[in-house]
Write a protein that binds this ligand. Structure first.
Ligand code: NAI
Length: 322
């Protein structure tokens, strides 16, 4: 194929690359000239155990196809060791970029969730993503180049019954991306988040055989590869993708309502104007917390606002408020 986007001379680290999406990404980058670090702890989909075989198999596949790869078996909680593997194998000043992809599930309703179920999910998804990124950041700043793809989930964006630990962690991953994007931009370090959908051992418990086969992890890879290429200019964005489809998700803020903050600023006045707070007509799409109305404008408008009309009484008689 002519005009291939390539990664010759670049080091690409893919965490959780022994299975599913990470494996598909790693094989692809190996075939496009990258030196690939295949990280995988080799445990179960629920975070039990460890083994070197998952990472080793993918390394063998990349090498058998003529590519370059090394394995790393550390948990992403020890992200510094993963980046150390990259630098040792491929050179201290190698051009580095990576995919925070490793993940597990501990699905339970909030009522049944244990402390351990909560903590392990935060540790792998949030702390793990932070640790790998933190270890690579200095290299990125020195080389004035970095491409980070963080893996979130629709569960994080929209919530999902039975996944309170996971949805918390996955939205946190996007929060991390949004700030990294702002801090990294001046050094050509771009970070984006994907919320993928693909057949893998994580979806095997909820999808039927047909869906698992049709929604291949390989259908995610070309999209994240484009985002990870030096030619891509997307930064701080969130994309939902799967099955050959990609779409961007962004924040949407209503124009809201500003009350007079004098004595008529009561819950009843809030009730009377609440429909304006939730009215998305003429809404905006902020990219930073400086977009849209600022604190000074709010104060000025509030001081000029007429006395607030009052809605129905809001009372708490007989209720216990903690
Ligand atoms: P998978 O289970 O096939 O692959 C995940 C890999 O991560 C496994 O090989 C596992 O050993 C490895 N891993 C787990 N914990 C690790 C740790 N602490 N350190 C290093 N490696 C570790 O799952 P899949 O579907 O490929 O998931 C990849 C990512 O995509 C995950 O972050 C997942 O939460 C996310 N995701 C996947 C969706 C899907 O439809 N498959 C949906 C939404 C998000």
């Amino acid at each position: 194929m002519a005009n291939q986007l390539r990664w010759d001379g670049r080091v690409v680290v893919v965490t959780g690359a022994g299975n599913g999406l990470g494996r598909a990404h790693a094989l692809f980058f190996g075939s496009r000239g990258a030196k690939v670090v295949v990280n995988d702890l080799g445990g179960s989909a629920f975070g039990a155990g460890a083994s070197s075989s998952a990472a080793d198999k993918v390394v063998e596949e990349i090498r058998a196809a003529g590519g370059q790869a090394v394995a790393n078996y550390d948990s992403v909680e020890f992200g510094d060791k993963i980046i150390e593997t990259a630098l040792k194998a491929f050179g201290r000043f190698a051009s580095l970029q990576f995919f925070n992809n490793a993940g597990i599930l501990r699905d339970k309703s909030f009522a049944r969730m244990t402390e351990e179920d909560w903590l392990i999910i935060q540790k792998v998804h949030v702390y793990g993503t932070y640790k790998v990124t933190k270890a690579a950041w200095e290299v990125f700043e020195k080389q004035k180049f970095g491409r980070i793809i963080n893996t979130a989930s629709g569960a994080g964006v929209y919530g999902n019954f039975g996944q309170v630990n996971y949805s918390t962690a996955k939205l946190a991953v996007h929060g991390l991306t949004e700030t990294l994007a702002q801090e990294g931009a001046k050094n050509n370090i771009f970070a984006n988040t994907i919320a993928p959908l693909a057949g893998s051992r994580l979806t095997a418990t909820v999808w039927d055989e047909g869906m698992l086969k049709l929604m291949k992890p390989e259908y995610i890879t070309p999209i994240v590869a484009y985002l990870a290429h030096e030619s891509s200019t997307s930064n701080g964005r969130l994309f939902e993708l799967g099955g050959g489809w990609a779409a961007e998700i962004r924040w949407n803020k209503t124009l809201g309502h500003i009350w007079n903050t004098g004595p008529t600023f009561t819950p009843e006045a809030v009730a009377a104007a609440w429909d304006k707070v939730e009215d998305f007509k003429d809404s905006i799409y902020p990219r930073t917390n400086r977009d849209g109305i600022n604190a000074l404008q709010i104060i000025e408008a509030s001081q000029k606002a007429p006395e607030n009309p009052q809605g129905p009484a809001v009372r708490f008689d007989g209720k216990v408020v903690v």
